[in-house]
Ligand binder design. Structure first.
Ligand SMILES: NC(=O)c1ccc[n+]([C@@H]2O[C@H](COP(=O)([O-])OP(=O)(O)OC[C@H]3O[C@@H](n4cnc5c(N)ncnc54)[C@H](OP(=O)(O)O)[C@@H]3O)[C@@H](O)[C@H]2O)c1
Length: 254
């Protein structure tokens, strides 16, 4: 408890899955949380849940493709809670999947915009604010796909998500002296809407499950706990990392 006491955090992709679980854990650990995604009703119910548990959160709905949305999230943190310490930039999309020879330019570009450009725009506005209060922690959601694992038919997703690792390293090097830490989390398969959309048959789910040494996929809470580590002072000497939380998928050949 209280590992984020007195901290102010932004969590994007908070309407469901990993982001929702992380926003709830951040609040339970004492952070005041600005939650973002496009679906207002899901954000409102999250804020209600957090408040019912004694926490504090505010919902700002919007689309991460828009730079002004990132400004609005930071402004909400500052206006409502006075500062910004932690940002979990987690909103993401699978993008246009299928044989790469058939993927449209627009479909490829959309994955890059939502997964990679939006991550950059978020950090661009968050870091300046963190510097004002002596540092902070920025965390991006990448994935094992395109890093330690490759699947056919997800080129746009893999390219956009592996781009986040380069972004993480560049920003960590640039802002380390200002005490802003920047890390990426690389989940294996996590049981969320995105996972179920991608793996819509029991055969696909068995195949994915078997890729992991633990022979199961993760619950969103398990990712949230790893994000909490990167957000909190427990990881005070950790920056620039691509942090696998993948149930051993990267080392499994059975
Ligand atoms: N599940 C897995 O196996 C897995 C594995 C590795 C990495 N990841 C990554 O984990 C992150 C979270 O995904 P999840 O698995 O938790 O799936 P999810 O439940 O489908 O969550 C995706 C989140 O991203 C938000 N989002 C998508 N496009 C957006 C946009 N244009 N603007 C604002 N918000 C947007 C969605 O909210 P709205 O629809 O309300 O906008 C939702 O909150 C993603 O970056 C994903 O790539 C997932």
């Amino acid at each position: 408890m209280n590992r984020l006491n007195g901290k102010v955090a932004i969590v994007t992709g908070a309407s469901s899955g990993i982001g929702r679980a992380t926003a709830k854990l951040f609040a339970a650990e004492g952070a005041k949380v600005v939650v973002g995604a496009r679906r207002q009703a899901e954000l409102d119910s999250l804020v209600d849940e957090i408040k019912a548990s004694g926490g504090d959160a505010v919902a700002i709905a919007g689309d991460v493709r828009s730079e002004s949305y990132h400004k609005a999230l930071v402004a909400a943190a500052v206006e409502r809670y006075g500062k910004l310490d932690v940002a979990f930039n987690n909103a993401g999309t699978l993008g246009e999947a299928g044989p790469s020879t058939g993927v449209s330019e627009a479909g490829f570009a959309e994955a890059l915009t939502i997964n990679l450009t939006a991550s950059f725009l978020a950090a661009k506005h968050q870091i300046g604010q963190m510097e004002k209060n002596g540092g902070g922690s920025v965390i991006f959601t990448s994935t094992f796909v395109g890093y330690s694992f490759a699947f056919p038919g997800v080129a746009a997703y893999a390219a956009s998500k592996s781009g986040i690792i380069g972004l993480t390293q560049a920003l960590a090097a640039e802002f380390g002296q200002q005490k802003v830490r920047v890390n990426a989390i690389l989940p294996g398969a996590v049981d969320t809407d995105m996972y179920r959309e991608m793996n819509d048959t029991s055969d696909k789910q068995s195949f994915i499950t078997n890729l992991h040494a633990l022979k199961r996929v993760a619950a969103p809470d398990e990712l949230a706990r790893s994000v909490l580590y990167l957000a909190s002072d427990d990881s005070s000497f950790v920056t620039g990392t691509a942090s696998l939380v993948d149930g051993g998928a990267s080392i499994t050949r059975t």
